[in-house]
Design a protein. Structure first.
Length: 272
């Protein structure tokens, strides 16, 4: 639903461009994840012209300082956009590019229209910076960390401290999880949950670790690749269930992560 803004109001905020939709020959409708206004859809007139008011073509995954104006009810108008951080290296490497695509898609889907969520915005911008600068063998960890923190900020993190059915601690090596129930279950409690599936206990331990420890400390410590992969799959399923849609960026991202892992270890399992 499009938020309605008061006539002749000007807004200025930092923004990440997450989607660009076609509109006429020279204009576009852009979706922006912003620090001060939540998710914003705005008309960018002349955005595809060589000479425009945006100091060049608008691009996804760029951090801008934007000025938005409203002209009556309906879409805002993007009056200007100056680049604060281009994240150019993300476009020169397939693994970084597809990981960034996942960050943009998840942030754009989780952020609510017209409702400021500055912590989610800052997480997305921080994650793009990490993906641009991190060594290749840390890209999977950086992406996994983003998914954990984004799920936590949006209220979609699985409950894993205790069984969501009986309330007792989870001590099994292969507990079950159910998106419909919102967390982990003992095997006996999951008998009437057709959507529950097993997950390795180290995956849940990693989830708890990434949720609590400082990001800088996390990114210095390699983790088992199979455990990170299991956690990413779990969180992707969790968020897709909450949003009732599939992430288009997930499959290409996982494919590039696997290619990077194979180059680094000759196809074997290891740390990343």
């Amino acid at each position: 639903m499009t938020r309605r803004y008061r006539r002749s109001t000007l807004h200025e905020t930092d923004a990440l461009c997450v989607r660009i939709g076609e509109f006429a020959e020279s204009s576009a409708v852009v979706s922006l994840v912003t620090e001060g206004m939540g998710l914003v859809r705005a008309m960018a007139r002349g955005a595809k012209r060589v000479r425009n008011g945006f100091l060049g073509p608008l691009d996804r995954g760029v951090l801008y300082r934007v000025r938005l104006g409203s002209r009556g009810e309906g879409l805002l108008h993007l009056n200007s956009a100056s680049v604060r951080e281009p994240f150019g290296a993300l476009r020169r490497d397939p693994a970084r590019f597809h990981a960034a695509e996942m960050v943009l898609e998840v942030a754009g889907d989780l952020m609510r229209e017209g409702e400021p969520q500055p912590d989610l915005f800052r997480l997305a911008a921080f994650s793009l910076k990490v993906l641009e600068r991190a060594p290749e063998d840390r890209l999977a960890l950086a992406t996994t960390l983003f998914l954990v923190r984004a799920a936590a900020l949006s209220g979609h993190l699985p409950e894993i401290d205790a069984c969501v059915a009986c309330g007792l601690p989870i001590e099994e090596d292969r507990p079950l999880v159910s998106p419909a129930r919102g967390g982990a279950l003992h095997a006996a409690c999951a008998e009437r949950e057709p959507g529950a599936r097993t997950v390795q206990k180290p995956v849940l331990d990693l989830l708890e670790d990434l949720r609590r420890r400082p990001a800088a400390e996390i990114l210095r410590t390699p983790r088992p690749r199979s455990t990170m992969r299991g956690l990413r799959v779990l969180l992707e399923e969790w968020l897709e269930h909450a949003l009732e849609r599939r992430f288009r960026a997930a499959e290409p991202m996982e494919r590039e992560i696997r290619r990077g892992e194979e180059r680094g270890s000759g196809g074997g399992e290891g740390l990343g």
